[in-house]
Design a protein around this ligand. Structure first.
Ligand SMILES: Cc1ncc(C[n+]2csc(CCOP(=O)(O)OP(=O)(O)O)c2C)c(N)n1
Length: 550
């Protein structure tokens, strides 16, 4: 725990609940909070936070605020904090809270509430706020004047316990301003799991020894520095193909000779996985897999923080607890598989070719991604990308190469739209020197358009590439596949460049490779946010989706 924060809280015998709360946040690594305040406790918290050096970032919707807090938490491994008013504020936050729940982000949702006196006569803006979020949050607490530091610490600890997720704290202005004794100020949380299953390791070791052609699939729980090296050692000892889920991209670098491609639960990866005689899930949380049945019949070894249920497949052997510890023990049971480097390379090539989306005229999503990667790397930059939900994500995730965990941020548990822009802003604030490229559809950007102003206000170093096709393409494709009349999925393409200019930011509108290249050259010279509005023809999507999902 940071001593300054302890001193802050201990300066007097009594402090306000608002100060106690922000002291606990600060002690656990919170540097900024996101949200839209109401007139009650929010203002006390913002003030108390500012006094202790926690920045408050004003967003344009509560949904975005929670996503920003979640992205911050995912990147920093510390709790994220989103703050909003009661009633409409928390109602508008619900989708963001669903993101934090299903994309496993430890976020504290802090809202105003009604005092018990008020509850006797007020009905304006009143509904059961606990019930609203109860399927999503790990715990709900209404702070009161009896609240101690240990209670707050326990909440933070819970958010940081796998599966990471949101907790909801309700705090009225009266309570926020009331004084509590500082006698039990202890903010230290302890959540690292070192649990190892030695008996399970022996059984899993036998499976590994028997396997000739294992395949490793890496998932979101493996996105941690402590796990990166043990995973690398493990897969290299097996010398077998490795696939990663979208959220785990970079845990094993895309440039690694054993890397084949993304695992979504769809068709594209089945060419590789169906050749395996053992499937090893490593930190896979099934929340990321698409709505399709498990295609494989070979045994499954599951190495994860816990046994996830329901699961897409039945597990033949499971090792639950510390992923790193289990991998370090298992590596001694590994022997080199029968896969050859050439075979793996051919499978990787085959996957990329199947997802190919090149166009002769104009520009297509694949070119956008490959040019953006080539040009940024040529300048020695190592951008992080954030990707929205929609058909544009197929090219972004297939063709952008990741080298480290969190090189890409995506919603793949909830798979919500309107994520890429807020996440990009949060990522840029988290690591200001690292460029962030947000790849979004026009539908997704329209849902969070106001956050362009947040990006301008924060001078976030982001480039928002909007794949503007005047359509909810992912849904449009499904409508076409079902041979239905086109309705309810298209609109006239808006001019996002003009909108960004209206917000006071730089913007370009392009429709071919040369113009995109020029726009990118100019964008890379900027220090603040830039929008590149890419007009393109989405007719290549159905074939790409067929190749990916079958
Ligand atoms: C908040 C939310 N609403 C609806 C959906 C269902 N959905 C998934 S992708 C998609 C279309 C996205 O359109 P756009 O952002 O334009 O991207 P595109 O598919 O055109 O690339 C929809 C409606 C969702 N995932 N999230």
């Amino acid at each position: 725990m940071n001593g300054d924060f302890a001193r802050f809280a201990m300066q007097s015998k009594e402090i306000t609940v608002a100060k106690l709360l922000v002291s606990a946040f600060a002690a656990n690594g919170v540097k900024r909070m996101f949200g839209i305040p109401g007139g009650g406790s929010s203002l006390d918290i913002i003030q108390a936070a500012a006094d202790i050096g926690i920045e408050f970032v004003l967003t344009r919707s509560e949904n975005s605020a929670v996503m920003m807090a979640a992205a911050t938490a995912e990147l920093g491994g510390k709790p994220g904090v989103a703050l909003m008013t009661k009633g409409p504020g928390i109602a508008n936050a619900a989708n963001g809270v669903a993101y934090a729940a299903l994309d496993r982000a430890p976020v504290i949702i802090l809202t105003d509430g009604f005092t018990s006196e008020q509850q006797k006569f007020v009905s304006h803006q009143v509904f059961d706020q606990q019930a609203l979020l109860s399927p999503l949050v790990k715990r709900f607490t209404r702070l009161n004047t009896e609240t101690g530091a240990s209670e707050i610490t326990a909440l933070i600890e819970l958010a940081l316990t796998p599966p990471f997720g949101p907790i909801q704290i309700e705090l009225t202005g009266d309570v926020a301003r009331s004084q509590v004794a500082t006698s039990d100020i202890k903010f230290t949380v302890a959540v690292a799991s070192h649990a190892t299953d030695k008996v399970g390791v022996a059984a899993a070791g036998n499976m590994l020894s028997d396997a000739v052609r294992p395949v490793v699939i890496v998932g979101l729980e493996a996105r941690s520095e402590a796990i990166t090296e043990p995973i690398k050692a493990f897969v290299e000892a097996l010398r077998c193909p490795v696939l990663t889920t979208y959220k785990a991209k970079g845990v094993v670098a895309d440039s690694h000779v054993q890397f084949v491609g993304n695992f979504t639960g769809g068709a594209a990866e089945s060419e590789c996985v169906s050749k395996a005689d053992l499937i090893i899930l490593c930190g896979v949380d099934p929340v990321e897999l698409v709505l399709q049945k498990w295609r494989y019949s070979v045994p499954v070894l599951d190495i994860a923080t816990r046994h996830h249920q329901p699961h897409y497949t039945s597990i033949d052997s499971g090792l639950y607890g510390s992923i790193a510890n289990h991998l370090e023990l298992l590596v001694h049971h590994c022997r080199q598989s029968a896969w050859s480097v050439g075979e793996v390379a051919a499978l990787r090539e085959q996957m990329l070719t199947a997802l190919n989306y090149s166009v002769e005229d104009g520009i297509g999503p694949q070119q956008v991604i490959t040019i953006a990667e080539r040009e940024t790397r040529a300048r020695g930059l190592n951008p992080r990308i954030t990707v929205d939900a929609g058909a544009h994500m197929f090219s972004a995730l297939a063709f952008w190469r990741c080298h480290e965990p969190f090189d890409v941020l995506i919603s793949n548990g909830l798979a919500t739209m309107a994520f890429a822009l807020p996440a990009a802003i949060a990522a840029s604030l988290h690591e200001p020197d690292r460029l962030v490229i947000a790849v979004t559809g026009d539908g997704g950007l329209l849902m969070c358009l106001g956050e362009l102003l947040t990006a301008v206000q924060q001078q976030a170093r982001i480039i928002v590439i909007v794949m503007n096709d005047g359509s909810l393409s992912l849904i449009d494709i499904k409508q076409q596949q079902r041979e239905m009349k086109s309705q309810g999925v298209r609109w006239n393409r808006p001019d996002f460049a003009q909108m960004m200019t209206g917000f006071g930011g730089r913007a370009f509108r392009v429709s071919d490779v040369a113009d995109f290249q020029n726009a990118l050259d100019a964008a890379l010279l900027e220090q603040g946010p830039v929008v590149i509005d890419v007009l393109f023809d989405p007719r290549g999507y159905p074939q790409q989706m067929k190749a990916l999902r079958g």
